[in-house]
Design a binder for this molecule. Structure first.
Ligand SMILES: *Cc1c(COP(=O)(O)O)cnc(C)c1O
Length: 406
């Protein structure tokens, strides 16, 4: 996608707006499957919490992707998008037994991540195929908030609890068909990932009826120029070889599963916002846009650095700006960032706005959520309308007039 296409979409649909490039999602999907082409049975389950618009779900379904979900509502959205239940994985954390039962009854593959629920579920439904989420306690994340493998993490069943886990499985005669791990976002070191994989193989040797091993995700994508990213091709080469030798040892061709979110959709996304005001203070030049952390919270929540470009005047002389939002709280998108000279009314484009951007947006300050556009075959299609005042009032119930409020 080019700057002029984005500018035209901002004009056509208004700002603030998210734009997703279908071709980029496709090329990332193909890149991942190609890297693991030596594995006989490979499955990609798109982690839909990254971006859950139904049009995106359908696009990935067409490519052959399955889904990774974390809530029953995500499961319902997946089914609505046309995914067969057996193409959906459900990997929740801290949800009720009732919700897990409900999802299992739909024929979705459930993944259990604690011993208490495992024992209860196994006792009630020994025949339902279950996957187990292991925590290998390998630190792979770049940020404590997104690293889920550490010892104090609430995710997964600790590998150190394997003896207890095996006992529960034996006592209940439950049907364990898969082992899963997801060590968190931002894998930079492939060796660390391979080390965690060995722990998964070790755990897998305890179960005789496995059908798949799920290695989760955590692939890092570049956020700025010269940023490091997970070397998918190298990981593909090394892990495929190791996986195939494990299958030979296990005596069965298992399915290798990944569940990427960010890798598939991050770079496909662009967030477009208009500059409302350029404000010079004693120390800083602020560019204030028609958005805030209600629409894009990653910079404030995780300290993420989204590359920002002035697509209205890309060739202008570069100056230093702090790009801020209109929320009545400090909401800084970027500090002292070199951007082509900004005039009021210019459109700024934020890169890597596909993953965890719209899906984490809110109505804070009673602002409307942005619209979403899918760019496909050289054309932009609105896939979510801008919100309206009715959306703010939906589900609000006025008190009956008979209730005295003073
Ligand atoms: C969020 C999540 C993912 C996706 O992680 P990315 O870093 O976006 O690839 C995969 N698996 C599980 C269980 C998750 O919770």
């Amino acid at each position: 996608m080019q700057g002029k296409d984005l500018l035209q979409l901002a004009e056509q649909f208004g700002t603030p707006i998210y734009v997703y490039d279908a071709e980029k999602i496709q090329s990332q999907y193909n890149r991942l499957t190609k890297a693991f082409s030596k594995v006989d049975k490979l499955r990609i389950n798109y982690a839909m919490k990254a971006l859950s618009n139904v049009a995106i779900l359908k696009l990935l379904k067409e490519m052959g992707s399955g889904l990774d979900t974390v809530s029953i509502q995500e499961v319902l959205l997946g089914l609505h998008a046309g995914y067969e239940p057996d193409k959906i994985f459900y990997t929740p954390n801290g949800v009720s037994l009732e919700e897990i039962e409900e999802v299992a009854a739909m024929g979705v593959q459930i993944n259990i991540d604690n011993l208490s629920i495992l024992e209860q579920f196994g006792t009630k439904y020994p025949n339902v195929p279950v996957c187990i989420r292991i925590n290998p306690h390998v630190m792979a994340g770049g940020n404590a908030n997104i690293s889920v493998g550490h010892i104090d993490s609430k995710f997964g069943i600790s590998v150190h609890q394997l003896p207890h886990l095996v006992r529960i499985v034996e006592n209940t005669h439950m049907n364990i068909v898969g082992i899963h791990m997801h060590t968190g976002s931002d894998i930079l070191d492939i060796e660390v990932f391979l080390y965690a994989a060995e722990i998964l193989f070790d755990a897998a040797r305890n179960f005789k009826n496995l059908e798949f091993l799920d290695f989760g995700s955590g692939f890092k994508v570049p956020y700025k120029k010269d940023d490091i990213e997970t070397d998918i091709e190298e990981l593909g080469k090394k892990l495929s070889k190791r996986f195939n030798s494990f299958c030979a040892e296990y005596g069965k061709d298992l399915t290798l599963i990944f569940e990427p979110g960010k890798f598939l959709v991050s770079e496909a996304g662009f967030f477009l916002a208009k500059v409302n005001v350029v404000k010079q203070t004693t120390s800083t030049v602020f560019a204030g846009i028609d958005s805030g952390f209600n629409h894009l919270i990653r910079p404030m929540f995780y300290g993420s650095q989204h590359y920002i470009e002035n697509i209205s005047h890309p060739k202008g002389k570069e100056r230093f700006y702090s790009v801020v939002g209109y929320i009545c709280e400090t909401d800084t998108f970027a500090n002292n960032r070199k951007i082509a000279e900004i005039k009021e009314g210019d459109i700024l484009c934020f890169r890597n706005a596909g993953a965890y951007c719209f899906s984490m947006s809110s109505n804070y300050n009673s602002r409307y959520k942005p619209a979403e556009v899918l760019w496909i075959h050289g054309e932009g299609h609105l896939i979510r309308a801008h919100e309206t005042f009715e959306d703010l009032l939906r589900n609000q119930i006025p008190l009956p007039e008979t209730v005295a409020t003073v």
